[in-house]
Design a protein around this ligand. Structure first.
Ligand code: GLP
Length: 240
């Protein structure tokens, strides 16, 4: 595991946005796995700025979205599909033919998504955030290291952490790439910012392969980078 402890939140964001850009510059046909959440918003904003300046060839890249809520109508503002449209696709005029969205509305969605991932020869570089309870994607505590893309029940903690985004429907379930699926990406990058993630990061640093904190299942991935801002790193002791 490579740990990058940034000097500020801005620096953490810059690091992640630049790493994505580098991947695409080095491999224009790269397949990038996208995470959503508040943590990633400034990353996509910065990535869009970098793209406007350095004009990398984006037209051959392909994107996979990590997870999606169940039961939200098309275009719902709190859906992850809408999030990625708002923060990445529209600002960069990336057509939707270049992204796969988890088919959360279809009963065979998980199998279809796995088949699509296989067809695309997997993800080259997967972006990840972390839940306050250590979840990755929507792989909640108790998930298995070898889990595949599936429908999952959200924990009360996750529902309440994301409640502010909903005024009408409050989703209880989601479709998420599994941990085994995520681990098949050639490179993984987890970004954690803010004090609310400090406990999860402390737990992550001190435990291995622990279902109580699904992010620990990533630690033995050969290319796993953890990027932290000072708040997220505030409960761990890293010598830098
Ligand atoms: C969400 C998403 C995750 C995200 C995490 C943290 O529920 N399913 O992909 O990484 O929880 O979200 P945030 O960045 O808003 O704290």
């Amino acid at each position: 595991m490579r740990i990058i402890q940034a000097a500020s939140r801005e620096e953490a964001v810059e690091t992640v946005a630049s790493l994505v850009l580098e991947k695409i510059l080095a491999h224009p046909t790269a397949v990038i796995g996208l995470a959503t959440g508040r943590t990633m918003e400034p990353v996509y904003a910065r990535f869009c700025e970098l793209v406007r300046t350095s004009r990398p060839p984006l037209s051959q890249a392909f994107f996979f979205l990590l997870d999606e809520y169940l039961g939200l109508p098309e275009g719902h503002p709190a859906s992850f599909k809408q999030y990625i449209r708002t923060h990445l696709l529209r600002p960069l005029s990336i057509p939707e033919s270049q992204i796969a969205f988890p088919p959360a509305g279809d009963s065979d969605g998980p199998e279809r998504y796995e088949a699509l991932l296989k067809e695309s020869h997997g993800v080259d570089f997967q972006l990840l955030g972390i839940g306050q309870n250590g979840h990755i994607g929507f792989n909640e505590p108790g998930s298995h290291k070898t889990s595949r893309t599936r429908f999952v029940q959200l924990t009360e903690e996750t529902i309440s952490a994301n409640r502010a985004q909903f005024t009408d429907i409050i989703p209880q379930k989601a479709l998420s790439m599994g941990i085994g699926t995520i681990r098949e990406a050639k490179g993984l990058l987890l970004l954690a910012t803010g004090k609310s993630k400090a406990d999860a990061i402390k737990y992550l640093m001190n435990h291995h392969d622990d279902p109580a904190c699904p992010a620990t299942f990533l630690k033995d991935h050969p290319h796993f980078t953890l990027v932290l801002d000072p708040d997220a790193a505030s409960r761990i002791n890293l010598k830098i």
